[in-house]
Write a protein that binds this ligand. Structure first.
Ligand SMILES: O=C(O)C1=C[C@@H](OP(=O)(O)O)[C@@H](O)[C@H](O)C1
Ligand SMILES: C=C(OP(=O)(O)O)C(=O)O
Length: 408
């Protein structure tokens, strides 16, 4: 499905309920499979959560998790220690190019029986689940925090718990803290200090109900819309000021663009205020890689310069996001320089019209570019990709007065 997008710059007012965080949901589903005493409220309706849930229900044989990185990494650890199970876990063409060696090496050192079906270091994996006895493992921490969270999630089910010694500079740290907080809320003790994560062993939990907060990364597109609008009041629920999600740093970052966040009971109200003249945005997004595309496109729309750093993980996500951003922003007339971990966008005076944006099977490419419809007309290829994290995205955009039309 290709979509053309239109929106005239008029006042934006809306009240939206955003789906649950896929990161929180996928952690909780793994924990619930280990400890059925856990009840989950406000589970995400994202494809990534649906595939993980189905995989856990199937529990055996061929498991296809499509594009879902967290599902791939978390299930690898989960099945590796599920005694007696035999699975082949595979995914989309892109998933077969996303590295998993560090996690597999760590699990193998812990005694797991995992083989690569094709290329060493990449899915598909053939896993024969067995009881793991190790209580300590080393792991390089600068490639993906999902490997660390995967081990943390199974740690408490091992007879002696698990100590994870992190090597190198830790990346995407808030996701590790999110895992720890969710474990604690479930009643599992643990800590993360310096280069060491520890998870205590637990056999059985007290019954507990845990509510998933709405997804802040999904909320980022409304921050961008508010920033690009002349006037906006957008209420989003269910969000909390004391969020477990690192992407809640949006509230602070978007102040540079004149967007104020008011915290209400269970929701946030985004209000566009007159922007302080800000010439150049400079952000290190090592802790919140998923909002890099959103911020880059906000700057493009506002003709602002930006330097985004700490982006070394973007190359191994749903697509090479640095290259994808450069390619697509340049179609609008932007000048963009990228390195292995940095993106530099120069101010763009006039935005080209009637461009067709490629999405590269990356939900965030479609959603990050959508707010640009406030400034110019263009179309988005394969707009259905949004369902990876936010299936109702286009429906919600219509609530804000965006016009979308399917084109052949
Ligand atoms: O643990 C998680 O839920 C996630 C961790 C991050 O990945 P990396 O740790 O690979 O950067 C993030 O980009 C991804 O969308 C979700
Ligand atoms: C990188 C992402 O997801 P994952 O790694 O779980 O596929 C994302 O949602 O932006």
């Amino acid at each position: 499905m290709n979509l053309s997008l239109h929106k005239n710059q008029a006042e934006i007012k809306a009240d939206l309920q955003i789906t649950g965080s896929k990161s929180e949901s996928n952690r909780l589903l793994i924990l619930q499979a280990l400890y059925p005493e856990i009840e989950i409220e406000n589970l995400s309706n994202s494809d990534d959560t649906v595939v993980l849930k189905k995989a856990l229900e199937k529990g055996d044989g061929l498991i296809d998790i499509h594009h879902a990185g967290t599902a791939m990494r978390f299930l690898t650890a989960y099945f590796a220690c599920k005694e007696g199970c035999e699975v082949e876990i595979t995914g989309s063409k892109r998933m077969k190019q996303r590295p998993i060696r560090l996690l597999v090496d760590a699990l193998q050192r812990m005694g797991a029986d995992i083989e690569y079906k094709n290329e060493v270091g990449y899915p598909p994996l053939i896993i024969k689940g067995k009881r793991l006895h190790a209580n300590s493992v080393k792991l390089k921490a600068n490639i993906s925090s999902q490997y660390i969270s995967a081990l943390m999630l199974i740690g408490s089910s091992l007879p002696n718990g698990l100590e994870i010694i992190l090597e190198g500079q830790v990346t995407s740290t808030p996701y590790i803290l999110m895992t720890l907080e969710i474990l604690k809320q479930a009643g599992i003790e643990g800590n993360f200090k310096d280069d060491r994560v520890y998870i205590a062993p637990v056999n059985k939990l007290e019954p507990v109900s845990i509510a998933v907060e709405s997804d802040w990364s999904s909320g980022s597109y409304f921050y961008s819309i508010a920033a690009i609008s002349e006037s906006a009041e957008i209420k989003l629920s269910n969000y909390r000021k004391d969020s477990r999600q690192g992407d809640s740093c949006l509230a602070e970052i978007y102040q540079h663009f004149g967007v104020q966040t008011e915290y209400l009971k269970n929701s946030i109200l985004l209000k566009k205020e007159k922007m302080k003249r800000s010439i150049r945005i400079n952000e290190d997004l090592r802790n919140s890689p998923d909002i890099a595309q959103t911020i880059a496109v906000t700057c493009l729309a506002l003709g602002m310069e930006c330097v985004l750093e700490g982006l070394h993980t973007l190359k191994i996500k749903e697509t090479d996001r640095l290259l994808a951003l450069k390619n697509e922003m340049e179609k609008f007339g932007a000048r963009v320089h990228i390195t292995d971990d940095c993106l530099h966008l120069l101010p763009t005076k006039t935005l080209a019209k009637d461009v067709l944006i490629e999405t590269y099977n990356d939900h965030r490419m479609a959603m990050a570019f959508a707010p640009l419809a406030l400034k110019t007309s263009f179309s988005i290829k394969d707009a259905g990709v949004v369902s990876k994290s936010y299936p109702d995205f286009w429906k919600d955009l219509k609530e804000l007065g965006f016009e979308t039309q399917e084109i052949i």
